[in-house]
Design a binder for this molecule. Sequence first.
Ligand SMILES: NC(=O)c1ccc[n+]([C@@H]2O[C@H](COP(=O)([O-])OP(=O)(O)OC[C@H]3O[C@@H](n4cnc5c(N)ncnc54)[C@H](OP(=O)(O)O)[C@@H]3O)[C@@H](O)[C@H]2O)c1
Length: 341
Amino acid sequence: MKEFIVAIVGASGAVGEEIISILEEQNFPIKKLIPLASKRSVGKEIIFKGDRIPIQETTHTIFKDENIEIAFFSAGGSVSSEFVPSATDSGALVIDNTSHFRMHENVPLVVPEVNPDDIKLWKNSGIIANPNCSTIQMVQVLSPLHKQFNIKRVDVSTYQAVSGAGKKGMESLINETKDFINGDEKAKIGVFPHKIAFNLIPQIDIFLDNSYTKEEMKMIKETSKIMHSNFEISATCVRVPVLRSHSEAISIRFDKKVSPNEIREVLNNAENIIVIDDINHSKYPMPSLATMSDNTFVGRIRSDYFDKNTIHLFCVADQIRVGAATNAVRIAKKWLDIGLK
Ligand SMILES: NC(=O)c1ccc[n+]([C@@H]2O[C@H](COP(=O)([O-])OP(=O)(O)OC[C@H]3O[C@@H](n4cnc5c(N)ncnc54)[C@H](OP(=O)(O)O)[C@@H]3O)[C@@H](O)[C@H]2O)c1
């Protein structure tokens, strides 16, 4: 099997580190791994398959100089905007974890369990975009249900972990919690707009003219693009003091009555979904259970009290893996199968 020269742009970050681990775990065919980040990380090393590999600075020329064939980008939208063209110009496939290219018409936005065939469109731009983390776990659940029962409307409320804002998000929760416990009155607020320790914040990203946040609009627009669907959807995104794994309460209205057992049956057969729904023993998905897993967990499946066409459920996934790194590696593996042909 052919082996590839693979770069990780953002190798020192939360998502980049996880991509490197997953490439190793899954034995992805790699001839040479090239970790890239900012100047700040030059001198640091990553460990891949027992080898210490120095992190290099991301430059415009490195993609050509190193003959990079696959480049995973997870260093923020502005870095993708600046450096992705250099990577694609030199012939690399770019799998981009940032929001920069997601809604570009020529760029496929892919969750392999949902729209694998869109990977074939990679040739238009050389880029495949990885969706927003909250969107990925939601469409994994919605897609098999839509195929079977035809969704009319979705309302989702998210409970998003601090690591969704990268390593600085995690540091913020830990430091604010320590300060609180130490009784430090002048405790500094971290990267979030308010204190996150012992609090929650109903704002992720900036507010837009329609009073939704950018994160909420990502969930709405990206869902339609990935699922090629036009059902109504609304989102409320909330940051919670959880270190890792996003949770979502999802209400789904179908065009006819659907029972919780029918939902369970479909989801039990869906790819990379695990149903945990045993309320008599208090068993349901939680962030602590989903963390470090590559599956998306669903539970609390029940009919609406009034409207029997509506089902409510609770969905949890490790957003650094399922919502970013695992999805990116799954895209790369599918690209080997169907994109290269
Ligand atoms: N965290 C999540 O759950 C998640 C989920 C889905 C998507 N994403 C997206 O993935 C991206 C990375 O997120 P993250 O959580 O991994 O963030 P992070 O932990 O803050 O890491 C950011 C990475 O970007 C690098 N970087 C920053 N400025 C750079 C520059 N000018 N040139 C090259 N590299 C630069 C950093 O390198 P230095 O260490 O050298 O500064 C670091 O490796 C973001 O676009 C985010 O929206 C994140």
